[in-house]
Structure formats: C-alpha cells, structure tokens
Write a protein that binds this ligand. Structure first.
Ligand code: FAD
Ligand code: MG
Ligand code: MG
Ligand code: MG
Ligand code: MG
Length: 524
C-alpha cells in the first residue's frame, strides 16, 4: 500500500436495500473508494458493475499525472495540463464524490471518519462519518523524511501539483533575490545553490529539469548571476538510479558530471536549517554543512498516518507496509503439479525447464526480484536451492520460491503498478457475481475451457529515466537498454499516450510545442 498500493477491506454484513421500479427489493452494496490517484482513478474508470453503489472520498477532486510533475517545476508543462478533474468520470459512471480526507478507519463498525478542509477560506474543517460495505484503500504514500531534523520546515517535496508550483516559484525567486543590488558574491552563491536530496528517479529527473532550465533559459534571462548557480545532488547510497541497469546509472553519472551537476554519493543528510544543509559522509563519518538557497527532498515514501493506525488495528503494527493476501504460494502447487508430467512428485531436467518457462511467463515480476539478487534466471535460483540433486522436490521448490513470494508483493511503487492493480481490482468487482463463491480473485477464461482464478500479475513494460538535454534512458523488458535522443522521443510518445484523456493529451503536447518554439515561461 506504500505508493503503489491498493487494498480491499470487507467482510460480509447487511447492505443497503433499494427498490426497483416494479417494487422488488434489490441489495446494493456500498463500495467506498479512498483516493483519486493512480490506483483509485484506474479502479474507477474500469469499474462497471451496476450492483454496487460507489462513493469516492479524496481530498483532491482531480487525478494527477505524476510522471510529468518534474516538468512542471520549470514550466515545461503547465500544472493544469496534467490534471484531470474527476467530476467528469463521476457523472459518466454515476458515482458519488465527496471532497474530504479519511482520517480514521473503523473496521469493526465499517465506518470511516472524514475531515473536509476548506482551503480557499478560513471557514475551517467539517467532520463526518461514513458507512461502507467494502472499503477500497488507494490513498498512496507520503514523502518520507526519515525524521531528519528541519526537513519538514525547510525543504520542498515533489509529490503534488502544488509542490511543483511552489518549487517553480521558489527557483525563480532565488534568481530574483540573487539579482538584487549590493549583495556579496558569497551571498549570491548561497542563494543560487540548489540542493536535491535523493538519487532515485524523481530526484534525478528533477535535477535534470532544473539543469535544463538553468542552461537553456536562465542564462538568457539572468546573465549577470548565471555564473553563481550550482546544483548539488546528494545520495546516501553508492550510486544514483540504483534500481536501473548499471549502464544507465553509469551514463547518468557521467552526464551529470559533464553538465556540472555536483553529484555527491555516499552522503547522508543529517539536518537542514534555514540557511544550511548538513551531510555526513559514509566511511569517514565527517559532517559538513553548506549554505543553500533551496532544497528539494526526494528520498522515498512512507505510509500515511491513517494507514499506520489501520495496520495497528488489524494487527499489522510491526510491518512497514500493509500486507495483502498471498497468491503465488497457492499457485506453486498447481504450477508444480502441471509440470510433473510423470506424477513422480519430483521434477526431472526436462520438466524443470517447463516449470521455469511457466513461472517466468506467469510472473514477470520474478525477473525484477532476480535482478535485485543479481541472479541471471530462475533456473539458477532453483539450482542453488537444490544442490547436486538432479530431481527437484516440491518442498525445495516451495522453499526456493517462498522468498520470491514475499518479495514480490513489494512491487515497485510506481504508477505502472498502481494503475494495473486498480484495473485488476475493478475487473474482480465486475465479475463479482461469478466470483462470489470464490472471493479470492477474478475469474478468467483459460484454454482448458473452465473458469480458473488468477492472482494479480504485474506486467512490466519498462521504465524511463529522463536525464535532461533531450536525452532519456529507457530500460525495456528483455534487458533492452537504450539511452539518448531516440529514447527521448519514445518517452514523449509513451507519456502522451498514457495521459488519461484527450483533453490533457492535447494540453501537454501543446505545452511541449510551445516550449520548443518560445522557451519556458519565467514569471513566478
Ligand atoms: P497516489 O497516486 O498518490 O494517489 C493517492 C490518492 O489518495 C490521491 O488522490 C490523494 O489525494 C488521496 N488521499 C491521500 N490521503 C487520503 C486520505 N486520507 N483519504 C482519502 N484520500 C486520500 N511512476 C511511474 O510509474 N512512472 C513515472 O515516471 C513516475 N514519476 C513520478 C514522478 C513524481 C514526481 C512522483 C511523485 C511520482 C512518480 N511516479 C511514477 C510514482 C507514482 O506517481 C506513484 O507510484 C503512484 O502515484 C501511486 O499511486 P497510488 O494510487 O497508490 O497513490
Ligand atoms: Mg503515491
Ligand atoms: Mg490512488
Ligand atoms: Mg496520482
Ligand atoms: Mg518520471
């Protein structure tokens, strides 16, 4: 549930009763959906089962296309262009929407407690309770500061549309402030020192966008202070983009070096004050403080307080993220049984090959796991579990895969995962009548000519890391890596196609065209 998560919470209970036109009583269960982000919006757009009342609760009445959020920070794309109001979808689908935040889940009474804030006036907050039969939790995650002192107060986050706009205003304000008369060189250098914390995809992309802005636009607009600008990218680990292929990491690090971005790996931020940021170098343990003009914090995500509280209530207080049901474990026996053609209870070499193929087809995310463990393929994993035996028993098989199973639920916190989960869950609901007897999952028609339950399967279509200067690194399934201008065009087309509506698509494309022709807007 952290960042790319979704959860259904229900147990059987009386539901609302309504009457049809001819006076017959029909039962309609109330599905309450928390959140209108990637998983929530995807769930809602694929949901179409008229036997449910759907009620959405989210503090923001729009969906935000987060992959383009870094482009908003420098005005390449306007915030409005990547926002899709959800009222339109609500009307089309006949769903209800309430603009509020859920602050407490009460599973024993099947109630949620909500607060609605009026952000445009000082009228304050309104609180209310809401009943549900089934609760769909899609509230996403919040930025994680790891309790580093001063971060909450002095750093910017990059998570919501407002964050990106604030960053944009702040960058331009830095340049206006640095251009004031009577400042010393030191003062100008301090104001124009931009620090990005976190070398993950968001921190890297933001650094690249900021660098492009400085080189392509600021140099023209603020020529007098341009020489004082500096970007520092801080990363606690050994490398930036460590979830990507090594070739991409190396390319990105070299490009940043060439671009003059000050990349400091193995450096952990230990505190931020109004004027200075302090880092501790791993190894030497030396703490250094440097003056800065602006800090952007992008080190990862954590669970929201409402989810932490809920986990506590349902006995998952010790976990980092909310756990959902296991699927692979149940599938293992079936996969094994199918492969064990001679029904010997063990797999020989040939059967073993079949099982490897089957697992890779069914669970593309196994690939992600193996990569993390630096194993080339699943065959190696099974071999290492089986020692010198030529026959593989189901116990060894289960053991080898059980770690993969627990790891696989920690799918990457990406929009790609969240939207697929939303769609999957909507399909479960759409087939709910058929699934009622077996509520664990959706029905799917398979070749064998009978219904069979299928667990959620993530399909990884690849990932991009935009690196600035019209260059992007792309890592596509099958170990395919491409870096440069051609992948930038692939990036443009993939993201344009993923935008949720023709309205946002045309807005974004015209923003891109505008930027190519006129450059970026530099007003704050
Ligand atoms: P979210 O999309 O965050 O949605 C959460 C929703 O819940 C929001 O509508 C929120 O308002 C609402 N909510 C919050 N609290 C409550 C509450 N208490 N009650 C009710 N509703 C609540 N992923 C990619 O795959 N590719 C990318 O290129 C990419 N780029 C990114 C760039 C940035 C800058 C960021 C921040 C993220 C990026 N991601 C990317 C990650 C992606 O955005 C997340 O993985 C995804 O948003 C997770 O979806 P979600 O539905 O779980 O949460
Ligand atoms: Mg999120
Ligand atoms: Mg969501
Ligand atoms: Mg979102
Ligand atoms: Mg991105």
């Amino acid at each position: 549930c952290s960042g790319g998560g979704l959860l259904v919470y229900s147990d059987s209970s009386p539901s609302k009763r309504t009457l049809t036109a001819d006076g017959q009583e029909i039962k309609k269960k109330k599905v309450v959906v928390l959140g209108s982000g990637w998983s929530g919006y995807s769930f809602l757009s694929h949901f179409n089962n008229p036997n449910y009342d759907v009620q959405v609760v989210s503090p923001r009445n729009f969906f935000l296309f987060t992959p383009l959020l870094p482009s908003v920070t420098n005005g390449t794309v306007e915030a409005r262009s990547i926002v899709e109001p959800i009222r339109g979808l609500m009307r089309k689908k006949g769903f209800e929407y309430t603009e509020a935040e859920c602050v407490k889940i009460d599973p024993s009474n099947k109630k949620i407690h909500c607060k609605s804030k009026d952000s445009t006036s000082l009228k304050g907050t309104t609180e209310f309770d809401m009943d549900y039969d089934i609760l769909v939790i899609a509230v996403g995650a919040k930025p994680n500061t790891f309790n580093t002192p001063g971060v909450e107060e002095h750093a910017h986050f990059l998570k919501e549309a407002d964050d990106a706009l604030k960053i944009r205003r702040s960058v331009i304000n830095c340049f206006e402030r640095a251009s004031l008369p009577d400042l010393t060189e030191e003062e100008r250098k301090k104001i124009l020192h931009f620090v990005v914390v976190g070398g993950g995809p968001t921190g890297v992309e933001f650094s690249a966008e900021l660098h492009d802005f400085l080189v392509e636009d600021v140099a023209k607009i603020y020529p007098k202070v341009q020489e004082f600008t500096r970007i520092t990218l801080l990363e606690a680990g050994d490398h930036i983009l460590n979830m990507f292929d090594k070739r991409i990491t190396a390319f990105a690090e070299e490009k940043f070096q060439r671009d003059g971005i000050d990349l400091k790996t193995k450096n952990m931020v230990v505190g931020v004050t109004a004027d200075e940021i302090s880092t501790k170098e791993r190894g030497s343990g030396e703490v250094v403080s440097e003056p800065y003009g602006m800090v952007v914090w992008s080190t990862g995500i954590g669970s929201r307080p409402v989810i932490k509280d809920f986990m506590h209530q349902i006995g998952q207080g010790q976990r980092r993220v909310l756990a959902t049901d296991e699927w692979l474990r149940e599938d293992i026996a079936a996969i094994f049984g199918k492969a064990d053609k001679g029904e010997t209870g063990t797999l020989n070499k040939k059967e073993f090959k079949g099982v490897v193929k089957d697992i890779c087809q069914r669970y593309p995310q196994v690939e992600l796991y193996l990569k993390k463990k630096k194993l080339r393929n699943i065959a190696n994993l099974l071999k290492s579990a089986n020692g010198d035996n030529t026959e593989l028993s189901i116990e060894t098989f289960k053991q080898a895969l059980s770690e993969v199973d627990t790891q696989m639920k920690n799918l990457p916190a990406t929009a790609q995962v969240a939207s697929q989960q939303g769609k999957y869950l909507a399909k479960c609901f759409n087939k709910m009548e058929k699934c009622e007897k077996k509520p664990e999952g959706p029905l799917r028609f398979r070749g064998e000519g009978r219904h069979r339950f299928q667990p959620f399967r993530y399909r990884h279509f690849g990932s991009f890391a935009p690196l600035g200067g019209e260059q992007t690194a792309a890592e596509l399934p099958g170990d395919w890596v491409s870096i440069g201008h051609s992948s930038q065009w692939l990036w443009y087309s993939v993201y344009a196609s993923k935008l949720v509506s023709w309205r946002t698509r045309s807005l974004v494309v015209s923003d891109w065209v505008r930027r190519f022709i006129f450059g970026r807007d530099s007003s704050s």
